[in-house]
Design a protein around this ligand. Structure first.
Ligand code: PLP
Length: 392
């Protein structure tokens, strides 16, 4: 029996880019000590006060079908949070609650792309992006970025591919680079979307992890609210990755169609998870600051360690849980560097090549282990690079 091309072609014929991660996992299962700096998940778990709210809600009977768009309390809370942070008038009708940011990314593309439409995204990219676009039958088109622009898309690169495309997907703060897009970049993105009549899908799941200044949402730029779908999530901001809860914020007429899509796909998010999310958001920014703080601290530790050497380059690390290191001075590709580092030092980092072509010659370091182990691993990584640069 034949399967659909849509499902068999989801990864575009390539691997999923996670070969190194699987290799590290196999080593760990075989009992070898490996320092894992691969995955974007906190080293803390969901705060017990959030779990208590989840438990209370479930025990109060919220275990039946929940309202498909999301319950009134959560939609209102998410809308109020967005309005307070962006100044853009936002109400519950602008919000669809989804089972995580990934489901939101899929639904957003389904809402704006027809089969065969060109959907733009920036390279390097979060691993699921091209597959998500293919999953709705659209054609993924990468906008290349360059290390010398801190991997931010330029006006020229955007303009060269915008004509005739349907949507543009961006992500700031960025996974995998840790870069926060500048106002200039966001203006270029907004101009491109308006000029070429593109939908903007703005993945803001790291919006609470910005180390200088505040997050700027492109939905707040002139003329953008009517053409922007913002992807939000509780995964990163509140260490709730396993609870699978996020949202889409956009124009009410788009949200209405997305509710119909949700009725035919996810049928909503469990009510007790929604209540826990509403409770967590009602706690305000202090809880978010506590969840993000370890990454800021480790970013500072890393900057201090890297300032004492001149072999590896650090891509300006403005937010999220990652550092992107330029390993080209060693003469190795990101893949060769990550592989050798795993073999010889038992430290697992992701090759830049796993996230597209633009980050070749780089490695992504997830700052998701305790400070001392992190600082020690990074120092060993630097020594490894220096030794190999000397040998090269
Ligand atoms: N977008 C980006 C950039 C991510 O890094 C992730 C997860 O790592 C997601 C979306 C999906 O997050 P979730 O589905 O857990 O909300």
């Amino acid at each position: 029996m034949e399967l659909s091309h849509r499902i068999t072609g989801l990864t575009g014929g390539g691997g999923d880019g996670w070969g190194l991660f699987y290799k590290a996992r196999a080593m760990i299962e075989a009992g070898e000590p490996v320092v894992e700096l691969t995955i974007g998940e906190h080293d803390i778990r969901t705060d017990p006060v959030i779990l208590a709210a989840m438990d209370a809600s479930a025990r109060a009977g919220n275990t039946g079908y929940a309202e498909v768009p999301g319950n009134a309390r959560l939609r209102k809370t998410v809308a109020a949070r967005i309005q307070a942070r962006t100044g853009v008038p936002t109400g519950p009708r602008n919000i669809l609650i989804t089972p995580g940011g990934q489901a939101a990314l899929f639904a957003a593309h389904a809402a704006v792309c027809d089969a065969g439409d060109r959907a733009l995204y920036c390279d390097p990219y979060y691993a699921t992006y091209p597959g998500t676009i293919r999953g709705v039958g659209a054609v993924p088109v990468a906008i290349p970025t360059r290390p010398r622009d801190a991997f931010q898309p330029t006006r020229q690169a955007l303009g060269a591919r915008a004509e005739g495309a349907r949507s543009l997907l961006i992500n700031t703060p960025n996974n995998p680079t840790g870069v926060v897009y500048s106002r200039e970049t966001l203006d270029a993105i907004a101009d491109t979307c308006r000029d070429a009549d593109l939908w903007l899908i703005s993945d803001e799941v790291y919006d609470t992890q910005v180390w200088e200044g505040r997050h700027l949402s492109p939905r707040a730029l002139p003329g953008m609210a009517e053409r922007t779908l913002v992807i939000g999530s509780m995964s990163k901001s509140h260490a709730m990755t396993g609870s699978r809860i996020g949202w889409i914020a956009g124009p009410p007429e788009v949200i209405d169609h997305l509710i119909t899509l949700a009725t035919h796909t996810t049928y909503g998010v469990p009510g007790y998870i929604q209540d826990a999310a509403a409770f967590a958001l009602e706690q305000g920014e202090e809880l978010e600051r506590r969840v993000g703080e370890p990454f800021r601290r480790r970013r500072d530790l890393a900057r201090a360690i890297l300032a004492r050497q001149n072999t590896l380059g650090l891509v300006p690390a403005g937010g999220a849980m990652y550092l992107m290191l330029d390993v080209r001075p060693t003469g190795m590709t990101g893949e060769a560097f990550a592989d050798a580092l795993l073999e010889r030092e038992h430290i697992a980092v992701m090759p830049g090549e796993s996230f597209g072509r633009a980050a070749a010659g780089h490695v992504r370091v997830a700052m998701t282990i305790d400070d001392d182990t992190f600082a020690d691993a990074l120092s060993r990584l630097v020594r490894f690079a220096q030794d190999n640069a000397h040998a090269a």
